[in-house]
Design a protein around this ligand. Structure first.
Ligand code: FAD
Length: 441
């Protein structure tokens, strides 16, 4: 490992995730050098959300900016041999006309944003995804560009860091937490670690669910909370044996039941031989305060993996069996299943850009895997040119008024966003139900 530096042009905190590693890659592509990357875990991360994501990417983003970062990321992964363009379905149940309308709306929107989504019949959906009970749906959206990051986004993060280190422009320090972002007169001046202080006029925080901890220290609050996301595995699924593929069937989303299904490919591949079912809790989403995330030494699995019980998901699981009966036929793999922690924000958008409170402090928070490389490009462009390629208002950390970052508002709005990750279909400008009437005439 390199000698610990006393200064750097930029310090990336949280280098080991897909976001930090992508930022390092894109900064170097734009000519930056003298970059230091820190991570409190291994590199690539073995405790962050990137270490256990399902790793799929749909192009059905709800706004132009996200459509750009997703499509950029898909191409980026593919250009490195890390993407299987297996396609993906989103279905409307027979009794869910609102979802059907939403699929049609998404197809129009997708065309406007440059995706190739189309509407297909139940029979066509069944032909693409044989695990489907065809009589359960009235139609489906088909996204031919949806796909899976292979073998894992965690591997991509590790490769990006290795390449950046080999270029001589990045020094990477695993097991080195940033203890404190040091600020003087409203400007960042460096990062405190237990190995010493690194002076730097630019610091990027890409620390995922831990974001509020460091941001709060310097009075630049992040309206973000970690959320438990149940991910369950079922198997062994022998049909996948001998396929030699990382994923055999297309991706499948049943947003009306707030859930998704995918196979994990040939048993010989990473985590293969199973069917995976993910769910977003719609009634009582389990938000977690960043301060309550377990320390690595006390977590049973990992700080971002919490225990899961079947009763937490039972109603939705039973509905999922109607749609994809295989989930009821295979054995539940309790040992592999868990509640993963991911970030939700108070308006559902990522938190990117320079802190309005602290000059030189940049955020790249609440970013999905499907947008990781795209956001890496956006941050690098923004830091280099002063502006990214597209209007970033939708994700700009500066979009919040100070009162919108108060704890009670953040918690109530994050809970609403968490309930609606998949369902019901909401208009992007639908008003919030909570934390209203703060300012009345
Ligand atoms: C179960 C599950 C399934 C998912 N499936 C998908 C999917 O299919 N598609 C998709 O697009 N997204 C998916 N996601 C979301 C996705 O995993 C995350 O949005 C993404 O991994 C975030 O990446 P990141 O780099 O921002 O954060 P992380 O991967 O969490 O990395 C943050 C890093 O910061 C480090 N860090 C934290 N604090 C400090 C500190 N003080 N000093 C130094 N380092 C620090 C951590 O150690 C960690 O390595 C899923 C999430 C979960 C939980």
């Amino acid at each position: 490992m390199a000698e610990f530096p006393k200064q750097a042009k930029v310090v990336i905190v949280g280098l080991g995730g897909i976001v930090g590693s992508s930022i390092a890659h894109h900064l170097i592509e734009l000519g930056w050098d003298d970059i230091v990357g820190l991570d409190k875990s291994a590199i690539p991360t073995d405790i962050g959300s990137t270490s256990h994501a399902s790793d799929f990417c749909y192009t059905t983003g709800a706004d132009k900016f996200t459509a750009y970062t997703t499509q950029y990321s898909q191409q980026f992964f593919e250009s490195r041999g890390n993407y299987v363009r297996c396609g993906g379905l989103e279905v409307a149940r027979v009794d869910d006309d609102a979802r059907m309308l939403e699929l049609k709306r998404k197809i129009g929107q997708g065309k406007a944003f440059g995706s190739r989504v189309s509407l297909i019949s139940p029979a066509e959906a069944k032909a693409k995804f044989p695990l489907l009970a065809e009589d359960q749906i009235q139609g489906a959206l088909w996204d031919p560009d949806a796909g899976l990051v292979v073998p894992r986004s965690q591997k991509v993060a590790g490769d990006l860091v290795d390449e950046a280190v080999a270029s001589g422009k990045l020094k990477a320090f695993p097991n080195t937490p940033a203890l404190k972002i040091v600020v003087d007169a409203g400007r960042v001046i460096g990062v405190e670690t237990r190995r010493g202080f690194i002076a730097s006029e630019k610091v990027v925080l890409s620390v995922g669910i831990w974001g509020p901890l460091l941001a709060d220290q310097v009075g630049s609050k992040l309206p973000l909370m970690p959320l438990e996301h149940p991910l369950l595995f079922f198997g062994p699924y022998d049909e996948l044996t001998g396929s030699g593929q990382e994923i055999v069937y297309p991706l499948f989303r049943d947003q009306g039941n707030s859930s998704y299904v995918r196979d994990t490919g040939d048993p010989k591949t990473t985590e293969g031989g199973r069917v995976e079912w993910g769910y977003y809790e719609t009634e009582h989403p389990r938000l977690v305060h960043a301060r309550d995330i377990a320390a690595p030494e006390t977590a049973r699995m990992s700080p971002s993996m919490r225990d899961l019980t079947l009763d937490q998901v039972m109603d939705a699981y039973e509905k999922a069996i109607e749609m994809t009966p295989i989930l009821g036929e295979l054995g539940w793999e309790e040992r592999h299943s868990f509640n993963g922690l991911l970030s939700v924000t108070s308006d559902g958008g990522s938190l990117i850009g320079e802190s309005p409170e602290v000059a030189g402090l940049w955020f790249a928070e609440a970013v999905w895997i499907k947008d990781g490389p795209g956001v890496g490009k956006v941050v690098a462009d923004w830091m280099t040119e002063g502006t990214p390629a597209l209007d970033p208002h939708r994700v700009d950390i500066a979009r919040f008024y100070p009162h919108q970052k108060q704890d009670d508002i953040v918690e109530s709005r994050c809970a609403e966003i968490a309930q609606k990750v998949y369902t019901p279909a909401v208009h992007p400008r639908e008003p919030f139900a909570t934390s209203r009437e703060r300012f009345v005439s």
